[in-house]
Design a binder for this molecule. Structure first.
Ligand code: OGA
Ligand code: MN
Length: 272
């Protein structure tokens, strides 16, 4: 197995490994590289859907997305697979910076995504280290946000995909979640920005104006090229990212082409 760093603050590409046949020793090395680099890229992994799911299970229990709809569909007998198909009629690709399902009380630990149908040009995914973004904040901003909490709400991001009744039902099951603005990684102890432009509604305990200002400032920190790398997809590229210490966004520059990716999502803990 060969690990090559992609950029200064985030990302590594791993070669000489077959995700369908990983040894325990390789899984341990991948886990360590994942913590070190936050996002891992594997190329040319011509594996089955079952093998994708089995690979995901090596890192924890898998989430069945509670309300995948429309372009977001499970693959029939594989409810663990979230298939995200985007075309001009259904623009499902997430173009706003985020980490996954932060509107849940226990958001995802990590996600493993496969390129299925990749446009000729465009549709790259950008990844940012939320730890490096936090580290680079001025000290006075850090001390201002260190003990604050924010409210995350799915109705802000994906709410309009449902009719009113459906949305009300889902809101009862998934009320707004409260998470620290800066979370501590349970395995590395690293501190990371944990608000995002997609699912975060507001910061508690400050005025609405101050909340807007802080959220914009934190999103700007995530958007800095210094903390990012940009992934060019191919069919059967696999990418696994740590949702606790990174964020991602898709470039919406591939329409009218179609773009299809398939995700397995690893269940996480309550952020602290
Ligand atoms: C996701 C997501 C990124 C992509 O699967 O969580 O945001 O590249 N997708 O489609
Ligand atoms: Mn996502």
């Amino acid at each position: 197995m060969h690990i090559e760093q992609i950029s200064g603050n985030i990302g590594a590409q791993i070669s000489d490994v077959d995700l369908a046949n990983v040894t325990d020793d390789e899984v341990e090395k991948i886990k360590k590289a994942w913590l070190d680099h936050k996002v891992l890229v594997f190329r040319d992994q011509h594996i089955t859907v079952e093998e994708h799911i089995a690979f995901g299970r090596k890192f924890g229990e898998l989430e069945i997305h509670p309300f995948a709809r429309g372009g977001h569909v499970g693959l029939g007998e594989y409810p663990e697979i979230l298939r995200i198909a985007s075309n001009p009629e259904k623009e499902f690709a997430a173009v706003i910076w985020h980490s996954d399902v932060t509107w849940r009380e226990e958001p995802s630990l990590g996600s493993i995504l496969r390129g299925v149908v990749i446009p000729e040009t465009g549709g790259d995914t950008c990844f940012a280290s939320a730890a490096a973004a936090y580290e680079l904040l001025p000290d006075d901003v850090k001390s201002q946000i260190d003990d604050l909490y924010a409210i995350h709400d799915f109705t802000k991001s994906i709410g309009e995909k449902f009719d009113d009744e459906e949305r009300r039902e889902l809101q009862e099951k998934y009320p707004p979640a409260r998470h620290p603005v800066v979370r501590t990684h349970p395995e590395t102890g690293e501190r990371s920005i944990y608000t995002n432009g997609y699912h975060t509604d507001y910061i508690e305990g400050v005025s609405p104006e101050e909340s807007e200002k802080l959220l914009a400032l934190l999103e700007k920190a995530i958007m800095s090229p210094t903390v990012q790398f940009r992934l060019k997809w191919e069919v059967d590229t696999f990418v696994m990212w740590d949702n606790r210490s990174s964020q991602h966004a898709v470039a919406a520059d591939f329409y009218p082409d179609e773009r299809i990716v398939e995700r397995v999502t690893i269940i996480g803990d309550r952020p602290f």
